[in-house]
Write a protein that binds this ligand. Sequence first.
Ligand SMILES: Nc1ncnc2c1ncn2[C@@H]1O[C@H](COP(=O)(O)OP(=O)(O)OP(=O)(O)O)[C@@H](O)[C@H]1O
Ligand SMILES: [Mg+2]
Length: 144
Amino acid sequence: MKTTSIQETKNVAKILLRKISAPQNSATLITLSGDLGAGKTTFTQQIGELLEIKEKINSPTFVISKKYKIKSKNFPWKKLIHIDAYRLEREEDLDLIGLLDDLIKTENLIFLEWPEMIEKWLPKENRFNVKLKYIDENTREIKF
Ligand SMILES: Nc1ncnc2c1ncn2[C@@H]1O[C@H](COP(=O)(O)OP(=O)(O)OP(=O)(O)O)[C@@H](O)[C@H]1O
Ligand SMILES: [Mg+2]
């Protein structure tokens, strides 16, 4: 799908939310692939708004992982976890940021930027990959 504004990107985020469900045996993992500025953080911000999270979702680049409470009863998850894996390089790093524990809990909806950095340690199940691509200043292609 092509979007030419953040509002349109939000509509695509809405389609994703309708498509996924919470599995019984693990967290829901959404991996976001795409170059710098492709819109991975912006997409997650729109998801946050749709989940009725009041806090502003900012890029987790410096802290690597951020957690937000999902209070809305309209969704099956209780926590949104937003991760930027850009600077992770070892399997121990996943444990350091608590990701291994977070992946077990069904209440977690995890949005992970730069999955390529830790691909070999990520689960293949209960996972959805979103690909974002820069087309021009205001246009992005989003595939899933
Ligand atoms: N159609 C669009 N959809 C989403 N973002 C758009 C769109 N058009 C322009 N933008 C802009 O593109 C930028 C995307 O930046 P963002 O931080 O989301 O990228 P990122 O993929 O998370 O990059 P990084 O790898 O550095 O974390 C934002 O400034 C946003 O306003
Ligand atoms: Mg980002």
